[in-house]
Unconditional design. Structure first.
Length: 182
């Protein structure tokens, strides 16, 4: 695993040790770590306070050491010259968190609205089922009332015809009586 380290003199052994400062988590992601030290032998070419990139095995054995100068310059070129600063990154993280909260809130609102709509649909279906027999009863009652109304209308028409016929007879009788009286 790749680490950023600082070279320190080890007075007791007469060599150097590497103080691990940060660990690479992915290609573009580094994390600061609690400083640890790793002993290194045969490194007379490393100056004290020098920053290096150290590749360590899982057992903390040093696999390779190279100066961090090029890596630091590349980092500066890639991120700092275009205005990417820690403050900007923090603002972006804050903005992203706000968006995430807004999206979560919207998602919760949509879920709540969906649940309300389903409850309304269920209530409507329940009412339709409850009102179905009542509707059938009322339709049947309407048909019966219409049939009675038609029958009453037919009787009324017959009664009107009978009345008209009787009026005609009465008028005829009145005319005959007037003729007889004259």
């Amino acid at each position: 695993m790749l680490h950023l380290a600082q070279v320190q003199k080890n007075e007791s052994v007469g060599g150097v040790k590497l103080r691990l400062i940060a660990r690479q988590q992915s290609e573009n992601c580094w994390a600061l770590i609690n400083p640890e030290s790793v002993m290194v032998a045969n490194t007379n070419s490393l100056n004290e306070e020098f920053l290096v990139l150290v590749e360590l095995s899982d057992t903390q054995e040093v696999l390779s050491i190279k100066p961090a100068k090029d890596w630091v310059l590349e980092f500066i070129q890639e991120y700092l010259t275009i205005g990417i600063t820690p403050k900007l990154l923090q603002e972006e993280v804050k903005l992203t968190e706000e968006w995430r909260r807004d999206l979560t809130s919207q998602s919760q609102d949509l879920t709540r609205q969906r649940a309300e709509m389903e409850a309304r649909r269920d209530r409507i279906q329940s009412l339709e089922q409850e009102l179905g027999p009542e509707k059938q009863r009322l339709l049947q009652q309407l048909e019966e009332t219409e049939a009675k109304l038609k029958a009453a209308q037919a009787q009324l028409e017959k009664a009107n015809e009978l009345l008209a016929h009787q009026e005609a007879q009465l008028n005829q009788l009145k005319r005959q009586q007037q003729i007889e009286e004259e």
